[in-house]
Design a protein around this ligand. Structure first.
Ligand code: HSE
Length: 297
C-alpha cells in the first residue's frame, strides 16, 4: 500500500475569493493499492462512503479515465483528521489524495501541472486543491480548463489559529448566498486587498493584514450563515490577531497571529467560553510548504 499525506488548506484569505489559498500543517492520510473490488474503510472510526460515491475513489477513477486505463477497484484506507464542511479543505484533500494515489499507482503519467488542472476541474475552483497539492501560498486563476498558478513558500513567524465551530456549513449553501453581480467599486475594493494580502504576507508587512482581509464578495454574506461570527472576529482581534477572515466557505474563522503570541489559543478559548461560545475549538498551525507527499511506497 502507498501512503499519502495531504495538508488541510485555508482558501480565499479574505479578499482573494476563488484565487488565493495556503496549506496548513494539519493532515489527512490515505493508503491505497490496486484491487479487483472497491474496498474502502476509515481507520479512525469516521464514517466515509465505502462505495463508488467515495470522493477519493471518484477522483482516482477520473485519473484512470484520463489516462485511458480501466479501473477494477481500489483498496483505500482513510484517516480524516481535517473536519468535514468546516472550510479547511476536507473535500480537496480527498480529491488530491485520489489523484496523487492513482497517478503513483500508474507510474506517474500525469505531471504536477496536470494534477493541479484535473483537481480544479473536479472541485470547480483551484484555491483549495492547488495549495493542497503544492503547499505554500498559491495564487491561482482557473480558466475553466487550466490553472495558471504561482506557489510561493512562506517562512514567517506567523501562525494560523483555526477557530472551528461544532457545526458544518456546506460549500454549496455558502456559495448560494452570494450575489450574482457586484459594483465596480467593490471589485476594486477586493482586487486591491487580495494583492495586498500576498505582498504583505511575503514581505513581512503584517500590519497590512487587517486591511487586506476585508472583502465585499463573500464574507459579509457568509457572516449571516455563521452564528456569532462577528463576536469571534472581535475576540480574536482583542487577543492580538494581525488579521481575521472566514476560512474558505466557512464556518471556521482563521486568525493570523505572531509566533510570539504564545497564549493566543488559551486566551481565545477562555473568552469564547465566557461568551457562552463553548462549541468553538482553537487549533494553531503553521504554513506547510511541501504540499501532498507520498510518505510510504
Ligand atoms: N473559494 C471557495 C469558496 C472555497 O469560498 O466558495 C471553498 O471551496
Amino acid at each position: 500500500m502507498i501512503k499519502i499525506q495531504i495538508p488541510a488548506t485555508s482558501a480565499n484569505l479574505g479578499a482573494g475569493f476563488d484565487a488565493l489559498g495556503l496549506a496548513l500543517s494539519f493532515y489527512n492520510y490515505i493508503e491505497m493499492e490496486e484491487s479487483d473490488t472497491i474496498d474502502i474503510a476509515s481507520l479512525d472510526g469516521l464514517e466515509v462512503p465505502r462505495d463508488d460515491k467515495n470522493l477519493v475513489y471518484i477522483s482516482a477513477k477520473d485519473l484512470f479515465n484520463v489516462c485511458g486505463k480501466k479501473i477494477t477497484g481500489l483498496k483505500i484506507r482513510q484517516i480524516n483528521n481535517i473536519p468535514m464542511a468546516r472550510g479547511l479543505g476536507s473535500s480537496s484533500a480527498c480529491i488530491v489524495a485520489g489523484l496523487v494515489g492513482a497517478n503513483t499507482l500508474l507510474g506517474n503519467p500525469l505531471s504536477n501541472d496536470d494534477l493541479v488542472d484535473l483537481a480544479a476541474q473536479i472541485e470547480g475552483h483551484p484555491d483549495n486543491t492547488a495549495p493542497a497539492l503544492l503547499g505554500g501560498i498559491v495564487t491561482a486563476v482557473f480558466d475553466g480548463q487550466k490553472v495558471h498558478w504561482v506557489k510561493q513558500e512562506v517562512y514567517t513567524k506567523l501562525k494560523f489559529a483555526a477557530i472551528i465551530p461544532d457545526f458544518e456549513l456546506k460549500t454549496e449553501e455558502a456559495r448560494a448566498c452570494l450575489p450574482k453581480t457586484i459594483e465596480h467599486k467593490d471589485a476594486v475594493y477586493n482586487l486591491s486587498r487580495a494583492a495586498l494580502f500576498s505582498a504583505s504576507l511575503l514581505t513581512g508587512k503584517f500590519e497590512n493584514l487587517r486591511t487586506a482581509v476585508h472583502d465585499k464578495l463573500h464574507q459579509p454574506y457568509r457572516m449571516e450563515l455563521i452564528p456569532n461570527a462577528r463576536e469571534v472576529f472581535n475576540i480574536a482581534y482583542n487577543h492580538g490577531a494581525y488579521g481575521v477572515y472566514i476560512s474558505g466557505a466557512g464556518p471556521t474563522i482563521m486568525a493570523i497571529i505572531d509566533e510570539s503570541n504564545i497564549y493566543f489559543s488559551g486566551k481565545m478559548k477562555f473568552s469564547l467560553d465566557n461568551a457562552g461560545l463553548n462549541g468553538w475549538q482553537v487549533h494553531e498551525f503553521h504554513i506547510d510548504n511541501d504540499g501532498t507527499k507520498i510518505i510510504k511506497k
